[in-house]
Write a protein that binds this ligand. Structure first.
Ligand SMILES: [Fe+2]
Length: 135
């Protein structure tokens, strides 16, 4: 069983975004598996870096649509994205400098934040995005 499972309750009913969310879930699982199987620091740093990069790319996609469609909750939503990006960057920095180990707490934070954000915030833009032709 994977550490994090994508299921329909994480769907925002917009295929491009669902695909990106699935990729994000897959990367969290990759990081978890690498951590559990005792992969070395270089490998873990690389995976964490890929996760950070992909997260920014994905947030960029959402934010572009929000701006284009004039989504009313854009600034609140963007603040949540920025806070997560900063937190992941802090993990990267702390891990690289040896101040932080990749623990199950870190994994749990990533998993819970992503699932909570999708369900609690991403779902708010569904109607707006669909009204502008995304599906
Ligand atoms: Fe989001």
């Amino acid at each position: 069983m994977a550490y994090m499972n994508w299921s329909d309750d994480l769907s925002v009913s917009i295929s491009e975004i669902d695909e990106q969310h699935k990729n994000l879930v897959a990367q969290i699982n990759t990081l978890h598996d690498a951590m559990r199987s005792g992969k070395g620091k270089d490998a873990l740093e690389k995976i964490l870096g890929e996760l950070a990069d992909y997260t920014q790319y994905h947030f960029g996609t959402e934010e572009e649509y929000m701006r284009e469609f004039g989504f009313s909750e854009y600034s609140t939503h963007k603040k949540q994205h920025d806070a997560f990006v900063a937190k992941v960057a802090e993990f990267q920095r702390a891990y690289a400098s040896g101040q932080l180990g990749l623990s199950i707490e870190v994994m749990k934070f990533l998993r819970d934040w992503v699932a909570g954000h999708i369900k609690g915030s991403d779902t708010h833009y569904i109607t707006c995005f669909q009204d502008h032709g995304l599906n």
